[in-house]
Design a protein around this ligand. Structure first.
Ligand code: SF4
Length: 592
């Protein structure tokens, strides 16, 4: 009789961000911010790792298979875990980690020949993957349906969304708990915009696959997370969340009905924001938005006809942090125009900016074009396919290796021009709070109410005070205050005089909007300066001794999901939920 299936879902092994025979250091830190947003900002750079959320999502949605999720294992953790007699091991990886996946798969083949190996994640787009990594199956698209069918379960079963924090480890100036915790929401996969370079869009055939199709389903997850984890902020992992505007409208309606002013960090393209308007984003509780502005020279339909500079300005003026991102080394770029693009991106004045090199990922129209034109560099190492180092293709004006220095300089320029990203975020938060207070008063005086179908404030014959906006204002106030203790460190470790002056101006604005800092707040600021100094020394020492930028490795997490067990979430029972609007569906047993 065959054994019941036991599945291990694992990420690739650490350490991360360290160059060895399996992976690179630059661009591979498992730290989104320090890797490619606040790169070159030294001690000001938030050091954050995110849990590998899709693995928990997959585990949660298998009902008949004992499943373990192993997140950020060391090699020793991985080897030890295999002793638990798994029938199947799923390895999730991105392209630059393919050699780590290879080592893991080989080890399984050599020591557990009966165990089936399943590969998943963005690494599966590599055309010669089967030749590199020994495996039995490759899951290339949406994984829940795939795994359910593979294990003989019904793919039409409702989707269960795990309730969990998104951040594995977070430090700002070396301090752990400076910004409030948030949970993660995974409403859907893919994007219909189909930008020519975009791996995400083309991996899912330019389709959007909703996992949480309605505003109500998103609200349910928020409510559970609030009850179980005590959070009211959420990172929405969806390439273009507002592309389904009705879902977002319904989510707002639910929050208004139940007086829950949750806040969200989202990804959105510019045309989608323009469609729904910044006032809607603010009311919805978007506190951070990542927008791909891509390029001034190369036209994209998502930015066509939109003044991205004023859109970003309006978002920030209303208190919404903007991460913009642009692409370097497009075909249109030569030595002059690439500098102009960098200047343009910096002049947008976003709080944070990602410079990403053009990467022809397999599966995209860009890749097909470059292959047919013979532009791809033969045998370019996949480990370097991360967009922060060398180019994987022949560019008419730049050598592959030059790209590294130009990219590094772009980050440096942004840092020198605008100062630390966290300082910009503080400025946006305080200005936004100030403005939102004034706007709310003005609307009250003018008798304007929120009109949901029109997505704007309008004069109404049945005027009611805007209770929900007052709740939202309180959240904005709390968010602005979270940044306050950072200001002294931002000033003392400033890269230049302009940045120091900016930090002083922001501190003055805080004093004006709130009051002068209390003794407790001052003590917190000074503690942070001490920690920042320790962190700064640690970074310098690490660079001196090992030329590495990794300060800490994320710790390993192991979560087991048993079929047919009572419901738990990060150690708490879903049964403890206070009843709110709709039936809350169950969740599988989780133990750590
Ligand atoms: S808008 Fe963003 S997610 Fe959508 S296809 Fe373009 S780059 Fe990809």
């Amino acid at each position: 009789m065959s054994r019941p299936p036991r599945l291990l879902l694992t990420t690739v092994f650490g350490p991360y961000g360290i160059r060895d025979e399996y992976a690179e250091a630059l661009g591979m830190q498992m730290e989104l911010f320090n890797n490619q947003i606040t790169r070159e900002q030294g001690v000001h750079s938030p050091r954050t790792n995110f849990w590998t959320f899709p693995l928990y999502f997959l585990a949660e949605n298998l009902s008949s298979v004992f499943t373990t999720v192993l997140d950020f294992p060391t090699w020793e953790d991985f080897v030890r875990e295999l002793e638990n007699e798994y029938t199947h091991v799923g390895i999730s990886f991105i392209q630059p980690n393919v050699l780590k996946a290879k080592r893991m798969a080989r080890y399984i083949r050599n020591h557990y020949a009966q165990t089936k190996i399943i590969l998943g994640g963005y690494g599966t787009i590599l055309p010669d993957l089967k030749k590199i990594v020994p495996c039995d199956e490759i899951c290339r698209g949406e994984g829940v349906n795939w795994l359910r069918e593979y294990f003989g379960e019904d793919p039409r079963e409702p989707i269960r969304h795990p309730i969990m924090h998104g951040v594995a480890q977070k430090r700002i100036y070396g301090f752990r708990d400076i910004i409030d915790d948030s949970a993660v929401i995974f409403p859907g996969l893919g994007c219909t915009n189909g930008c020519f370079f975009c791996s995400t869009s083309h991996k899912f055939d330019n389709r959007y696959i909703p996992l949480l199709p309605s505003g109500e389903s998103v609200f349910d997850v928020c409510h559970k997370a609030e009850e179980l984890l005590g959070v009211d902020g959420f990172a929405i992992i969806d390439e273009n969340f507002l592309k389904m505007p009705d879902r977002a409208r319904d989510l707002l309606a639910m929050m208004e009905r139940y007086r829950r002013p949750y806040s969200f960090a989202i990804f959105s393209s510019a045309e989608t924001i323009a469609e729904v308007g910044v006032d809607f984003l603010l009311r919805l509780g978007v506190c951070l938005v990542w927008i791909g502005v891509e390029s001034e020279r190369c036209p994209f339909s998502k930015t066509g006809g939109i003044n991205v500079s004023s859109l970003i300005g309006e978002l920030q003026a209303k208190g919404i942090t903007v991460i913009s991102s642009s692409i370097l080394f497009l075909e249109q770029h030569d030595r002059v125009s690439i500098e102009q693009e960098i200047e343009w991106a910096i002049a947008l004045g976003s709080d944070l900016h990602q410079f990403m090199q053009l990467i022809p990922f397999p599966g995209t129209p860009l890749y097909s074009k470059y292959v047919s034109e013979g532009k791809m560099i033969p045998d370019f190492p996949y480990a370097k396919l991360h967009g922060q180092d060398e180019l994987a293709f022949y560019h008419p004006h730049f050598t592959s290796k030059e790209a590294r220095e130009i990219t590094r300089r772009a980050f440096r320029k942004k840092y020198n021009a605008d100062g630390p990203g966290v300082l910009n975020m503080a400025l946006t938060a305080i200005r936004g709070y100030q403005r939102a207070k004034e706007d709310t008063k003005l609307r009250e005086r003018a008798g304007l109410c929120w009109n949901p179908p029109a997505l704007r404030y309008e004069r109404s014959a049945t005027y009611q005070p805007d209770e929900f906006m007052n709740l939202r204002l309180e959240k904005m106030r709390e968010r602005a205050l979270e940044f306050r203790p950072l200001l002294l460190s931002a000033r003392l470790f400033s890269p230049n005089k302009a940045s120091r002056n900016k930090a002083s101006r922001v501190a003055t604005l805080y004093n004006k909007v709130f009051r002068r800092p209390t003794l407790r707040e001052r003590a917190r600021s000074f503690t942070l300066v001490c920690l920042a100094f320790i962190e700064w020394s640690r970074i310098q020492l690490r660079r001196l001794v090992s030329r590495r930028d990794m300060v800490r490795q994320p710790s390993t997490r192991r979560v087991c999901y048993s079929p047919c067990s009572p419901t738990f979430c990060e150690g708490k029972s879903l049964n403890s939920l206070q009843p709110l609007p709709t039936a809350i569906s169950g969740s599988r047993s989780v133990s750590q």
